[in-house]
Design a protein around this ligand. Structure first.
Ligand code: NAI
Ligand SMILES: O=C(O)C1=NCCCC1
Length: 315
């Protein structure tokens, strides 16, 4: 195995192999394992970030080792501040799978679909755990790649009666609505999208708040995905201080989330703590899940390989 060149698995193949119905239970299990902080289960340090100052971006290195599962991988992700507007992509990712015994690279896998689907699947897990069970209205702020993957998984697994979308431009929101077949409503302002919503997803490239606590219905659940730098924001202090805050990784949120760092909000629990039953899911309260994407890129990667080889491949 160590002498074989790495297999390259690219976007369309990953798209063909990954399904939310398989991804979600695996991610729930992986989130639970991570929150136990048992080094034989998952080692996932906070990502190292290299600034790409000239290009207003960052390279994030995200290694994970799951010893019991024999899986070693790292994601390499470049992400940029494209707030000023640019046709270049905001996020580009690749996942590298290694043999933990030999140290050689076994696979190089496109990270675009993994990033879109894993991030949306974890937000959906947060909603499953924290939203009101009879939630009817979903609001999505943002109209990019994450907006689409979040729309796809949220409408696949929850019976929302209404989906509202807001983008920086009315045309952007209308284009998004057309792209999903018209089953959503484009809103003229973020406030219009959010007022009365039961679940709010923030997936913007903004560095300043786009979601304000005074608009948010008490008891609503927010899955906050953008603003993954310590000086970037998507939510204001009112919301951050009123809500009960959950994260995928507590250390990640404290180090990388401007919404947490600058508001001084406390991270109440990780999603994995709720899954493990060590912290409660406070569904009746206003809740914020702050997603940093810190973990679980390994999990989808590990099962793409056997799927790619028709289950007969052994890691
Ligand atoms: N938490 C996580 O695991 C992940 C977080 N992200 C972050 O999520 C956000 C969205 O990512 P993608 O959808 O891939 O990016 P994208 O570039 O496809 O979409 C970004 C969207 O944000 C909008 N936008 C940009 N500046 C804005 C502003 N000032 N106000 C309102 N809207 C604004 C754009 O018009 C566009 O609709 C980014 O901040 C990205 O860094 C992305 C991947 C994973
Ligand atoms: O996990 C990821 O992928 C990302 N996280 C935060 C910033 C953009 C990409």
């Amino acid at each position: 195995m160590s002498g074989s060149p790495p297999v390259v698995i690219w976007e369309h193949e990953v798209e063909r192999l990954l399904q939310y119905r398989e991804l979600i239970p695996r991610l729930e299990e992986a989130l639970g394992k991570f929150s136990k902080r048992d080094s034989a289960e998952v080692i996932q340090p906070v990502r190292s970030t290299v600034p790409l100052q000239k290009h207003d971006g960052f390279l994030g290195l995200m290694p994970t080792y799951m010893e019991n599962d024999g899986v070693l991988s790292t994601k390499l992700v470049c992400f940029y501040n494209r707030e000023a507007g640019s046709s270049l992509p905001g996020v580009q990712a690749t996942v590298v799978l290694l043999d933990p015994e030999y140290g050689n690279v076994k696979a190089v896998i496109d990270g675009e679909v993994i990033t879109a689907m894993r991030t949306a699947a974890v937000s959906a897990i947060s909603a499953k755990l924290l939203m009101h069970p009879e939630a009817e209205v979903l609001a999505i702020l943002g109209t990019g790649k994450q907006a689409l993957s979040h729309y796809n998984v949220f409408t696949e697994i929850f019976p929302f009666k209404e989906v509202r979308v807001w983008g920086r431009t009315r045309e952007g929101a209308e284009r998004f609505v057309r792209s999903v077949g018209g089953a959503a409503r484009a809103c003229g302002s973020a406030e219009e999208a959010v007022r009365g919503a039961d679940v709010i997803v923030t997936v913007t490239g903004s560095t300043k708040p786009v979601l304000f606590g005074q608009w948010v219905k008490p008891g609503a659940h927010v899955a906050a995905v953008g603003a993954c730098r310590p000086d970037w924001r998507e939510m204001d202090d009112v919301l951050m201080k009123e809500a009960v805050v959950y994260a995928d990784s507590r250390e990640g949120a404290i180090a990388e989330s401007g919404d947490v760092v600058l508001s001084g909000a406390e991270v109440f629990a990780e999603l994995g703590d709720v899954i493990n039953g060590t912290k409660p899911a406070l569904r009746e309260k206003t809740t914020v899940f702050k997603s940093l994407g810190e973990l679980m890129k390994t999990e989808p990667t590990s099962f793409i390989i056997p799927l790619h080889y028709g289950k007969s491949f052994s890691c």
